[in-house]
Design a protein around this ligand. Structure first.
Ligand code: NOJ
Ligand code: CA
Length: 662
């Protein structure tokens, strides 16, 4: 992490007895945060953008068993500025600018000092609580009083608040009508300010959701509880996660913002040479369709024979990794006592020869750890399991938490946050990268722990196999809400859009029952575009390999590089359309998607390198076709002065590769 330059100016100012109002503005002056006290003397903050109030005075504070923090005192205010360029081993953008103005408001009470630290960037604001309680050895948090008191109404997109799952459909509601929401909570105000409330650097604290008691009261932080109702048991000196509001004048500004990452600490992993993005495939979709099983038996997916086939497929198609779910003993217990053996492969999965074969062919073998939510068992096994995987040459583990935690603990509580972090840090010691399903939400910790590659944390592809599925409006909302928090392992790219024949062939009915779902709810071109739109450093080709073989459209993924250097969301509106470009080496990739409506967009190609002629391969919907698998693959030469016309059918999309002509 090389700092190019750091500018730090501290101007401490004692405000006791001074009439000046504590405030801090963004470097460009557009966003202003004010600190004040309300009529009862409670600390508050407010936010304005371009001179218009966005957040009216909103309460600050944390309720503990020893009293409310901060507990009073005269504010001591200090200001500073920060500006650096930093680099990360992987990411949407490997080079990131971090520039903000800071205001620290220290409130020294009799029993505790609390500093409210505010940072204001050109693309949003953040604040956190830093306390030091002198009268006790520990702090028991029972509530957080932080409010987000919107000064203007607007539209919002969020999933409802749940401390157990993020795999929920979006609610699109006026801000004023939202009763509860998880974050990111994305909005556009009636006066055109785009924004999103979230949190950054979530460690050892429960997740925050937003809730209000009744319409007309402000949205307030609500923390996931422990089984005894307490929110967190903490040391006497503690720093909370940041409470954040990303802010922009266009919807895509939110996607192009790195504020959440910037609020996290630099990498704690010194040598990151083993951390590498990958494209991967594997034994997965068949189990969700029901044509294969996780358990051993006649339709077992993770067999030695299938593993070898998939490793060969990966080599032939320029993929780097392979995942085999159902490789280890215990799947009979999934949904029951949730006992899995993380060391013992099923008898028909010859793990030693598979690992050796993968290594000989230069392919990364992934291990899958479904825990069923049995945290004590998984934590007890962690070290021995990861040491074993390391001995096999494995660098990537997909974890899963499909099942309630034992003893009444919630996935998103302080207990859950501690567990997920323990896995990240243990994995780092064994040089293992993680893909976490049923995770805690991403809050930018990938900057500090770059082995925390990707996670699920939303309704992914699997929902298409056994529920009403994810429609294109959902997929076009995802980039502006869930994806603001960080990468997602959506597991994109199903080519067999109408999979009913595959299901019928194998007679699978257990999961799907009588309401047999048949189809992915987008066109094939959109499935391809999602590889670009839905950023993940571990990007899956999720379909059965048979559906890619001999299909010219799979050429896109062969040419794709999951290890991009730069990205930009070029245009879009929440739930309606999105165009994203990614650059990797001298190649560029473009992904466009529309919601339920067909749409034609024009997109200047000015992001391409000047003076270079590119061979473009365009994977487009066949105009007017109502067969979603109809795809037009068009080849032409383009330069940065060309403009692309992107024609998309309803629920459609378009993907383009740009490879220099010479
Ligand atoms: C849910 C995960 O999201 C999915 O990817 C996985 O296949 C199943 N759990 C089984 O672990
Ligand atoms: Ca899941």
């Amino acid at each position: 992490m090389k700092k190019n330059f750091v500018y730090l100016a501290v101007a401490a100012m004692m405000l006791t007895g001074c009439s000046e109002k504590p405030m801090v503005a963004s470097p460009d002056g557009n966003i202003v945060v004010d600190f004040a006290s309300d009529a009862e003397g409670h600390p508050t903050y407010s936010v304005s953008v371009g001179g218009n109030q966005l957040i009216a005075p909103s309460r600050l504070g944390v309720v503990t068993r020893g009293g409310i923090l901060p507990s009073g005192g005269n504010p001591e205010v200090s200001h500073s500025s920060f500006n650096e360029i930093w680099h990360q081993p992987w990411g949407e953008n490997k080079t990131v600018e971090n520039r903000y103005n800071e205001m620290a408001v220290k409130l020294a009470g009799d029993d505790a000092d609390v500093t409210l630290r505010f940072r204001v960037f050109d693309d949003g604001i953040a604040f956190r609580y830093e306390w030091n309680v002198s009268s006790a050895d520990s702090v028991v948090v029972t509530d957080e009083l932080t409010e987000f008191n919107f000064a203007v109404d607007g539209r919002s997109w969020s999933i409802p608040a749940s401390f157990e799952t993020y795999e929920l459909n979006y609610q699109t509601l006026p801000v004023s009508q939202v009763m509860n929401a998880n974050t990111p909570f994305t909005f556009v105000t009636d006066n055109g300010i785009y924004g999103s409330v979230h949190e950054a650097a979530l460690y050892d604290y429960p997740e925050m959701v937003l809730r209000r008691d009744s319409v007309g009261t402000p949205l307030k932080a609500d923390l996931a509880p422990l089984p005894d109702g307490v929110k967190a048991y903490l040391p006497s000196a503690f720093t909370t996660p940041w409470r954040t509001i990303q802010i922009g004048s266009k919807a895509v500004d939110l996607i192009n913002s790195a504020m959440i990452l910037n609020l996290n600490e630099p990498s704690k992993i010194a040598d990151t040479s083993w951390i590498k993005p990958q494209k991967y495939a594997g034994i997965w979709w068949g189990m969700h369709l029901g044509t294969q099983t996780w358990t051993m038996g006649p339709r077992h997916g993770a067999t030695t024979e299938n593993a070898i086939r998939y490793i060969d497929f990966a080599v032939d198609n320029n993929l780097q990794g392979v995942l085999f779910e159902g490789w280890n003993e215990g799947w009979e217990n999934w949904g029951g006592n949730q006992h899995f053996d993380y060391l013992k492969a099923y008898d028909d999965f010859d793990i030693d020869s598979i690992a050796a074969y993968a290594a000989s062919r230069g392919i990364e073998l992934w291990m899958h750890n479904e825990t069923g939510g049995n945290i004590p068992e998984y934590e007890a096994a962690l070290d021995s399991a990861f040491a074993y995987y390391q001995s096999l040459g494995v660098h990537t583990v997909k974890t899963g938490y499909a099942g309630g935690f034992k003893d009444g603990y919630l996935h998103h509580s302080q207990y859950g946050v501690r567990h997920y972090q323990k896995v990240v840090e243990t994995a780092a010691r064994y040089r293992i990268m993680l893909d976490v399903h049923e995770p805690i939400k991403e809050t930018g910790i990938r900057r500090t722990w770059p082995n925390m590659m990707t996670r699920e944390g939303a309704r992914g592809m699997e929902w298409n196999a056994w529920s009403e599925g994810n429609d294109a409006a959902y997929l076009t909302t995802l980039p502006f809400v869930r994806l603001l928090s960080g990468p997602m392992d959506y597991t994109p790219g199903i080519f067999d859009i109408d999979y009913s024949t595959a299901k019928a062939d194998k007679g699978r009915i257990e999961w799907n029952g009588p309401n047999a779902h048949c189809c992915i709810k987008t066109t094939l071109a959109r499935q391809i575009a999602n590889w670009v739109i839905i950023y993940s450093p571990l990007q899956m080709a999720a379909d059965l390999m048979e559906n890619y073989q001999d299909n010219e459209a799979f050429g896109f993924f062969r040419d794709f590089n999951a290890d991009c250097d730069r990205s930009e969301a070029l245009q879009g509106e929440i739930g309606e359309y999105i165009v994203v470009m990614r650059a990797a080496g001298n190649r560029f990739y473009l992904g466009a998607g529309t919601g339920l409506e067909g749409r034609t967009l024009t997109q200047p190609l000015s992001f391409l390198d000047k003076g270079v002629t590119y061979n473009a391969v365009i994977y487009a919907d066949k105009p007017g076709s109502d067969n979603p698998e109809d795809i037009a693959i068009i080849r032409r030469q383009v330069t940065s002065s060309d403009t692309l016309t992107i024609e998309m059918n309803p629920s459609g999309g378009q993907a383009v590769t740009f490879i220099p002509a010479d």
